[in-house]
Design a protein around this ligand. Sequence first.
Ligand code: FAD
Length: 816
Amino acid sequence: MKVIIVGGVAGGASTATRLRRMNEDAEIIILERGEYISFANCGLPYHIGDVITEREKLLVVTPEKLKQTSNIEARVRHEVVSIDRKKKTVKVRDLSSGREYTESYDKLVLSPGASPLIPPIEGTNLAGVFSLRSMADMDRIRDFIAAQKPPRAVVAGGGFIGLEIAENLQRRGMEVTIIEMLNQVMAPIDYEMAAMVHQHLDFKHVRLALGDGIQKITQDQALKVTLQSGRTVATDLVILSVGVRPESVLAKEAGLELGVKGAIKVDSHMLTSDPHIYALGDAAAVAHIISGKEVNLPLAGPASKQARIVADHICGRDVAFAGVQGTSIVKVFDLTVASTGLNTAQLKELGLPFQNALIHASNHAGYYPEASPLAIKLLFSPEGKIYGAQIVGLEGVDKRIDVIATAIRGGMSVYDLEKLELAYAPPYGSSRDPINIVGFLAGNILRGDLKTVDWDAVDTLDRSAYTLLDVRNPEELTIGMIEGAINIPLPELRARVKEIPRSKKVLVYCQVGQRGYFASRILTQHGLDAANLNGGYKTYSHAVCQQSNFDTFEHTTINSREEIREIPPFNPADANQFTVDACGLQCPGPILKLYNKTKEVQPGDVITVRATDYGFTSDVKAWADRTGNKLISLDSADGTITARIQKGAEKKAEAATGSMSQDKTMVIFSGDLDKAIAAFIIANGAASMGHKVTMFFTFWGLNILRKSKPPKVHKNFIERMFGFMMPRGTEKLTISQLNMGGAGTAMIKGIMKKKNVSPLSELMQSALDNGVVIQACQMSMDLMGIKKEELIDGIDVVGVATMIDASDDSNATMFI
Ligand code: FAD
């Protein structure tokens, strides 16, 4: 039997060697257009970045070695240019000599791979513009870098190869910009998971333009990349990595049937529409094991498994390829990003009903050094069938994605994930592994123990029907809150459950979802209709914040990491230095540890925090901004984040940690009834949303606070006259316009009664009951001769400074 194999890398070389193991007598010839067989394409970006320093290591097998060890003939620089199916021959061109010849076959195997897509735009042929598929491409890129020493690079495409290239070019000292047409990088994962990657790229000082494609590349002195938005990027090197296309021209011209994306259609034995020709790898269209649909999946793992099927089938074994599920993994700087199965967009397109569970858990026991968080999103059917999973984290991503990939292959359900007994010792995992936890969450959802709301539903939620409840501790709120949420820390929830209106549904959230789940269970058992925010505030805040950072960096040349931050003129030698080791703690642990440290040290002191939770990189920025502390530097090495913070002015830091920035301050100057009613309606509304409200009454506004029947107080003549002329208390106030000798005021009071609006006295009492701070201005009281005893109970008599202090801590001060 004579077998000709077209393409001698992942699929082709594996087919050849398996074939030899199964059949000693077969004549096996590999025809490879390129210079090498069996090279490690997956390692190419890492040789560009000098991570893999020795080029030879990428060459797994040479033709000589293959001949020697497997008696396989591999002809490099030999291109198959056509197939004659009737005669069962291929026409081959020797690229070194130009000679053409024919070669007969009994069985033909097509493993020609996929070629990089080159967008049909101006400038792709300019010097300095490359794509990466082969050793030759890699050599050209490396030579260019060695000769030109380009300081800037643009990578078009935020897929896994683009991200790998970006990281490796940055390793070579380049300022890297990624241009991605979609609104996210890494299309196989969902948006909120990709959002974590966007934040990480930003943290690593990679410029990222999302939702923008390359329009053209031009050259003046340097290269200029013009984007579809009209924005431009000056650069010295461009790598096009916008996808690949199956190399199926040979098959098409031979009349073989093509399938999805123009890939070669095959049956379960990897046989094409010709019973003597097989196809596999990037060039073939295969079945997806979950959707059952035909897909083209350009990954090395499936190619090598298909090779085994092809070889065995050629040897007469009745074997079949079960299909692909799309398990993939990529390193993006410190992060590992992995996925398997179907994502949300694919499930929606297929019209399959599904739910999802999103957790943030530690890769191993939190008390063991260097624990770091994993975000796991699991997608599943209403019956519990696992559709897919996506994981982002620093450590332990690979083993978790492989467990779920195996579970999918084995037809296991989310209920099986709950039961899996996985290896545990503190350095490796937890007694409840993240896989178990995501299984528990999915099981809770399916059993009806927990309702969830996804991050993207929050902003469109009917707020009149929902109370948003933040159950984090007050010091965590400095990281940020969802607009309009009220805060009742989880430990206080049982005692304060009556504060939550029963007439509304409750959307609970905490930082990562676990305490929100506990709170949801408490509320549900108290008869409230509660749902938990899937993935907590961490997922929400990553997804709703700015994703592209292109504009942020637009006017900045980044020559070094330090330059993109404004460094305050301070000499670290002058400051006392403190350290906080927050490694292994999950968000908000590092922030809380930092916060506690700031309470111990003096303004100007510098605290160096080491953490392994990469969420800390964005949290610490937000925390420092809101608390008046200064983030001096933020960096990472070997998965450990190091932040240096200089403590700011004492007062600011304390105020911010004690109050939410949603506080409101009102200055009530007017004593008009309508204005007083408006003021108390606003105050009660703000208080019911959990905002701290301070009302400062001054001048005529003090009349609102006067008792209708005050006790006797000592006053001089002028004070008595003043007191006599001014209205005493809410009943005596009149409206500012259309009073008409009191008729207008009476009308307003009548309408308020009819419309069930509480009278002013009740609005005031309810404000006091809701915790609104009512302050009377001491200075105005002195001027107008009003004594404290004449004012209603429950209020404070204060100076202006107290009001200013409250105003400083507020995000709005109203003057009425
Ligand atoms: P290939 O391995 O590409 O081999 C096809 C060969 O056929 C080529 O050498 C080509 O020259 C030759 N050929 C084509 N036409 C002819 C012809 N007419 N005559 C003779 N020879 C011909 N996958 C992963 O799973 N993980 C990774 O981390 C990963 N990283 C990657 C990084 C890079 C930079 C690239 C380019 C790919 C990466 N891949 C990765 C994808 C993986 O390499 C492919 O899925 C896999 O190599 C496909 O195997 P194949 O045999 O179908 O094609």
